[in-house]
Design a protein around this ligand. Structure first.
Ligand SMILES: [Zn+2]
Length: 47
């Protein structure tokens, strides 16, 4: 998994949201966070 902003390495992490927790990818270089919802939105955008 590469960061779409800087091309850096992304790590799979657990995040804590407002009312529940979720898993997503975080870029260790620029801090970009991509979660499942964002990924799905992006995939739909490509269609
Ligand atoms: Zn990045």
């Amino acid at each position: 998994m590469k960061c779409h902003r800087c091309g850096g390495t992304m790590v799979f992490e657990k995040f804590y949201g407002v009312c529940d927790e979720f898993f997503g990818w975080r870029c260790i270089f620029c801090g970009e966070i991509v979660d499942q919802v964002i990924l799905e939105n992006r995939l739909e955008h490509h269609r």
